[in-house]
Design a protein around this ligand. Structure first.
Ligand SMILES: [Zn+2]
Length: 303
């Protein structure tokens, strides 16, 4: 095995991924553990993942361990808030300080979508990009000229809560008709229920057979994802938009559907056509743990 230069963790609501990364950014080892919720559970989970990485990859680097978590993250203080899905209801978790003390080495914390954005940049080679995470919800990370844009409140890229349909359904955030109510895994689960198969896979498979209802739903979904791409291209004008998250396991089928929708949206606009948005969209290769990878890069860069 090549020399391990960094460990990165991605703490999710159901599972926590950890990677050991080599000097060239290659993932040398990967582990997954079910996440125990609540402050104490999260710390136990993180410690277990680091222990398993150490078993696989040796003690690894002497530097910091990077950790990606959902919610509002104060990067400087290493504090996580508003991570309701992790069982941190109203808690301010001093994750960097407490975990760091427990592990006996420095810990750096980053929002999970931002960490995934750094991972997506590493995987694609792009340095000016928006990373669109299409999972349970919809959110984007922004790496502008090689620098993360977190925003004044750490809320940059929360495009899932951009209302696009005044008559749309109520969103979990309290507004109506947010992009996330159409362009997310949970929206697909509601509009195209399936048992066993992930809804996105089931919907796209049905659309491939020519099922008229599936075609309508797929085009509505792809149109909303294309809307997210257009929004990002017109606000921060990034060179590349990378689609990731659970729904992006669709791979090339997702890229094609979104590119087609972008072409259709630009049909009457020479301005949009000139921006060539279909040509800027990429989909992450399946199975790459980008958030954990990005977290490892965070740890390494600030070690
Ligand atoms: Zn919303």
């Amino acid at each position: 095995m090549d020399t391990v230069s960094a460990f990165g963790l991605d703490i999710g609501a159901t599972k926590t991924s950890g990677v050991a990364v080599g000097d060239d950014g290659d993932v040398l080892a990967e582990v997954r553990e079910p996440t125990e919720l609540g402050p104490a559970g999260l710390l136990r989970t993180a410690a277990r993942v680091v222990e398993r990485l150490t078993e696989l990859g040796g003690r690894g680097p002497c530097g910091a361990i990077g950790v990606g978590v959902p919610g509002l993250v104060d990067v400087e203080r290493g504090v996580v808030e508003h991570a309701v899905n992790l069982g941190l209801n109203g808690d301010r978790l001093r994750l960097a300080a407490v975990l760091g003390e427990q592990l006996g080495r420095p810990v750096l914390v980053e929002n999970d979508v931002n960490a995934a954005t750094l991972g997506a940049a590493e995987v694609t080679g792009a340095t000016d990009l928006a990373y669109v995470s299409i999972g349970t919800g919809l959110a984007a990370g922004l790496l502008l000229d090689g620098r993360l844009r977190r925003g004044h409140d750490g809320a940059a890229g929360e495009i899932g809560h951009m209302p696009v349909d005044p008559a749309g359904s109520r969103c979990t955030c309290g507004q109506r008709g947010c992009l996330e109510t159409i362009a997310s895994g949970s929206a697909l689960a509601a509009s195209w229920p399936s048992d066993g198969t992930p809804p996105a896979q089931a919907l796209f498979a049905a659309a491939r057979t020519g099922d008229p209802a599936a075609l309508v739903e797929r085009d509505r979904f792809a149109g909303a994802v294309a809307g997210a791409v257009r929004l990002l291209a017109l606000t921060v004008n990034v060179e590349t938009v990378v689609l990731g998250g659970g729904v992006a396991q669709l791979g090339e089928a997702l890229r094609v559907a979104v590119a087609d929708a972008l072409r259709e949206q630009a049909a009457a606009s020479s301005f949009l056509t000139a921006l060539d948005l279909p040509g800027r969209v990429r989909v992450l290769p399946a199975g790459v743990p980008v958030a954990a990878l990005g977290a490892a890069l965070v740890g390494r860069s600030r070690a």
